[in-house]
Design a binder for this molecule. Structure first.
Ligand code: ATP
Ligand code: SKM
Ligand code: MG
Length: 180
């Protein structure tokens, strides 16, 4: 698998879930920048964020992404805010084929509201609904800027979305690796 397949998109869009599923099917290494940040920082993401703030988290996130450029190609799930820094947008494009998982706001909201995972809030003093709206407004153009492909995957099951991803990757198999 000569190049990476990279998922970008907002929190709850399924980057981690689909990254693992794709890695299994391709029998390829799976990386998650959020987990790499935790390994580099030696503590859970939420604690790093709480203790040192977002900028400290972003600095470690950029280091994690740089590290990826030196690792064996595989599937990469990114953190939802990785596109905020220009240097990261450049490195994402260097890694390989970037897929933006586009999911309708209402669906993101229901996944975030029902999820058991602890995610730090990104905006203070506003509802989760308003936070999701603001964050999408700010980042949608940045996800599109880095993406080779925008996949609108709202409403579909994980299995159906995975099939769609595989059908996007098949024609690229000379650069991505063998796709079943
Ligand atoms: N079609 C689908 N594709 C992906 N995830 C889905 C789908 N349908 C439901 N889900 C659920 O939505 C959630 C997606 O969460 P996931 O952690 O994968 O998102 P993420 O993009 O990695 O978020 P973050 O940026 O916070 O890391 C999971 O609980 C998953 O089970
Ligand atoms: O959207 C964001 O800014 C974030 C998304 C998560 O993946 C984590 O990277 C962190 O919680 C920040
Ligand atoms: Mg994730």
């Amino acid at each position: 698998m000569p190049r990476f397949v990279v998922f970008v998109g907002p929190r709850g869009s399924g980057k981690t879930t689909l990254g693992h599923a794709l890695g299994r099917v391709l029998d390829a290494p799976v990386y998650d920048t959020d987990r790499m940040v935790e390994d580099l920082a030696g503590e859970p993401l939420s604690r790093l964020w709480e203790r040192e703030g977002e900028e400290a988290f972003r600095a470690v996130e950029s280091r994690a992404l740089e590290t990826l450029l030196t690792l064996s190609p595989g599937v990469v799930s990114t953190g939802g805010g990785i596109v905020l820094r220009q240097e990261n947008r450049q490195n994402l494009r260097r890694l390989g084929y970037v897929i933006y998982l586009h999911v309708p706001e209402e669906q993101l909201l229901s996944r975030l509201a029902s999820g058991s995972e602890r995610r730090p809030r990104l905006r203070q003093g506003v509802s989760l609904e308003e936070e999701v709206r603001q964050v999408i407004l700010e980042r949608d153009p940045l996800y599109r800027e880095v993406a080779d492909r925008v996949l609108s995957v709202g409403g579909a099951s994980i299995a159906t979305t995975l099939e769609e991803i595989l059908s996007v990757l098949r024609p690229l198999s000379p650069t991505i690796g063998r796709i079943p």
